[in-house]
Design a protein around this ligand. Structure first.
Ligand SMILES: *[C@@H]1O[C@H](CO)[C@@H](O)[C@H](O)[C@H]1NC(C)=O
Ligand SMILES: *[C@@H]1O[C@H](CO)[C@@H](O)[C@H](O)[C@H]1NC(C)=O
Ligand SMILES: *[C@@H]1O[C@H](CO)[C@@H](O)[C@H](O)[C@H]1NC(C)=O
Length: 398
């Protein structure tokens, strides 16, 4: 090839350069245009981030480590030296019909400026909160622990004037221990009972209306006989009176949900973006938590294994999540509370619980393995990616 271009080619070359330039600039602007219209048309209900599959992505690394000040010791799997943490965190959730971006904590907090996000529920919501705080702190290392009367824990991000906090309310409704001498609802042989006022929100979140722009509720794994055995049962009250005949646990949950959802609809402003987080599945293998059940898995489950683990008909020890989801989904129909269905994607991740790495020598002997909460960093970081995208879309619509 001659190093010198024939001179009659030069005009063509110039034309070609301009044409290429024109093509790419048009392409780029079209591309920007179409991606911005897609994100606007991603109504919360249209884009389903909840079904998909996990793919291995060796380049993926967590956004925070064991030094984050918002960890809870038992979930701080890096500090507790859980094996294979980098492998566990190399999996990426790929939704079937839409794109999931990883949260950009700077952009997200920028959009949330002067706004607050609240979580109400049990420790699985706290697990999500801890992940969220550690991720957001990347954009504001001056984040301060936030505690106010009524709020269990949280953080304030001074650069953005944003508070993200958790209100512990494991049954959502208020419940109180009533020792044996108290009147009413007693059965022989019991030590007392827990009175659940189905129409009264737990004190911890009763007075938060107006403070939060986004709220995420959950309840679930306290609704069973491990937490409330026969001799310490739940007794449901409405308008101050014991409900007769007494309700079983699942019917009690239905009545609590109906009442609390009505309360939320009435007391919280319409423009508060509301979510209800569905169940976080457990992965006890070979027995329940108190029967030496374990979760020493190296990789996620396969899709075709999920039903045998979780389908209620199969009566496995982890059937609770789907069972409760049916009840919760039904209760939420026709409300302005958005479903945050993190169950399916989490069902795969038998490999991502703290298991025996709990940071305390005696913990496993006393409590068994933890196959219920999640390692951090870990699966809740993906929950944060999804929630932050839904918050972004939801606030844009309002
Ligand atoms: C911070 O945000 C709150 C709303 O959460 C707002 O009332 C307050 O004025 C903001 N403060 C500043 C300094 O912007
Ligand atoms: C759990 O394991 C311990 C120690 O191996 C054993 O003594 C105990 O019987 C087991 N419990 C159950 C319920 O299998
Ligand atoms: C860590 O991964 C290796 C390779 O997959 C595996 O052999 C080992 O059992 C894993 N350890 C745990 C505790 O899962």
């Amino acid at each position: 090839m001659s190093p010198k271009l024939p001179s009659n080619l030069l005009p063509w070359l110039i034309v070609l350069t301009f044409a290429t330039f024109y093509f790419f600039s048009t392409f780029l602007s079209l591309h920007t245009f179409s991606s911005s219209t897609t994100s606007q048309s991603l109504a919360i209900s249209k884009c389903n981030l909840f079904t998909g599959h996990w793919v291995s992505d060796p380049d993926r690394t967590p956004l925070y480590d064991q030094t984050c000040p918002f960890h809870r010791n038992a979930w701080n799997c890096l500090r507790n030296e859980r094996q294979n943490m980098s492998f566990i965190n190399s999996w990426k959730w790929v939704p079937r019909n839409c794109h999931l971006n990883r949260i950009d904590p700077f952009l997200f907090l920028g959009r949330m400026r002067n706004r607050n996000i609240g979580f109400v529920g049990d420790s699985l919501n706290e697990n999500l909160l801890a992940s969220f705080l550690c991720i957001l702190r990347v954009a504001d290392e001056g984040a301060k622990k936030w505690k106010k009367k009524g709020a269990w824990r949280g953080a304030y991000f001074p650069k953005f004037n944003v508070t993200v906090a958790y209100h512990r309310a494991v049954l959502i409704s208020r419940y109180q221990w009533q020792p044996k001498q108290a009147k009413g609802g007693m059965q022989d042989g019991s030590e007392g009972f827990y009175r659940v006022d189905v129409d009264v929100p737990a004190d911890d979140w009763a007075k938060i209306a107006g403070f939060y722009d986004v709220l995420v509720f959950n309840t679930g794994h306290w609704w069973n006989n491990d937490k409330f055995p026969e001799e310490k049962p739940l007794v449901f009250y409405q308008a101050g009176q014991a409900i007769v005949p007494p309700l079983g646990m699942l019917d009690g949950l239905k009545v609590v949900l109906a009442n609390m959802i009505t309360y939320i609809q009435k007391e919280f402003p319409r423009n508060t973006l509301k979510f209800w987080r569905l169940q976080s599945p457990r992965h006890f293998y070979g027995g329940d938590w108190n029967q030496n059940g374990s979760c020493l898995f190296n990789r996620p489950l396969e899709e075709n294994e999920l039903d045998s683990w979780f389908e209620p008909r199969n009566n496995g020890v982890n059937r609770e999540a789907r069972l409760l989801n049916y009840v919760i989904e039904e209760a939420l129909q026709g409300t302005d509370i958005n479903l945050l269905d993190l169950t399916h994607l989490s069902e795969f991740r038998a490999d991502a619980h703290p298991a025996i790495w709990l940071g305390r020598k005696d913990a496993v002997a006393v409590w068994g393995q933890d196959c219920m909460h999640w390692c951090l960093p870990g699966v809740p970081d993906t929950w944060v990616d999804i929630l932050s995208q839904l918050i972004h879309d939801g606030l844009e619509k309002s």
